[in-house]
Design a protein around this ligand. Structure first.
Ligand SMILES: [Zn+2]
Ligand SMILES: [Zn+2]
Length: 241
């Protein structure tokens, strides 16, 4: 009891000091974003008119971007917080490839803000899975870390290891439309379909690049009986017009 009171007094007198993940300046009023006000202001957030399907920034007032106008998607929508550019691009790359797992908390808080901003209403959270061997060599799946933290913030259940990747695939970026489809064909599957039946699923990933991976996972989730699939990603690799 005494120890608890003592800790409370110490924490009130000397609150934890947090630092900005970008510039390492001290933050006194932490809101989970781990980003100081100056850095937050300068990050390339997606503001303005966006494609109603994939969430990409579009310059005119059209409803869909030039890609979504012609390509059907299996998900209802994707929204991304940032453009995949500058400091965000560097941060995501170190999050994925340099073992900088600490980024997941800040990014999950940004995703939680977007979840509320865009009025998502989902029953369960899923993430884009990695092929087993790749995950073993990286040591973690960054999208799973994001989904887990997001579930914790939003108090929504996270489904682990039910949507799985059963085939190793090439990087989608270097492939054309037809090759992308073949590359991902049969790459994902759902182990226990009853867990997704009739559910509104929130599908989390780090970057929206071509949308093929999210689309493929969504197709598999829909086949498993999911009612709707809503995607949420940290950043969008804007398709320049
Ligand atoms: Zn900063
Ligand atoms: Zn689009």
């Amino acid at each position: 009891m005494f120890k608890k009171l003592f800790d409370l007094a110490i924490n009130t007198l000397y609150p934890d000091n947090f630092t900005c993940n970008f510039c390492h300046a001290e933050i006194f009023d932490d809101n989970g974003l781990a980003t100081c006000e100056d850095c937050d202001m300068s990050l390339p957030k997606i503001n303005g008119n966006i494609c109603h399907r994939c969430g990409d920034l579009i310059l005119d007032m059209a409803t869909y971007c030039e890609i979504c106008k012609f390509e059907q998607k299996a998900f209802e929508m994707n929204r991304s917080v940032f453009l995949y550019d500058g400091d965000i691009k560097n941060a995501i790359r170190s999050f994925k490839f340099d073992n900088a797992k600490y980024w997941h908390k800040s990014f999950a808080h940004y995703l939680a803000k977007a979840y509320k901003q865009y009025d998502y209403n989902c029953d369960i959270i899923c993430y884009v899975p990695m092929y087993k061997d790749r995950q073993i060599s990286r040591g973690y799946n960054q999208s799973e870390l994001l989904a887990t933290e997001l579930g914790h913030i939003l108090k929504i259940d996270v489904s682990h290891e039910n949507l799985v990747k059963c085939k190793d695939t090439k990087n989608q970026v270097d492939l054309n439309f037809k090759q992308r489809r073949e590359n991902l064909s049969g790459a994902f599957k759902v182990l226990d379909k009853s867990k997704f039946k009739g559910k509104n699923i929130l599908l989390v990933d780090d970057v929206y690049t071509t949308g093929s991976t999210l689309n493929n996972c969504s197709m598999v989730l829909k086949k498993a009986g999911a009612k709707n699939v809503y995607c949420l990603t940290i950043a969008h690799a804007h398709q320049k017009d």
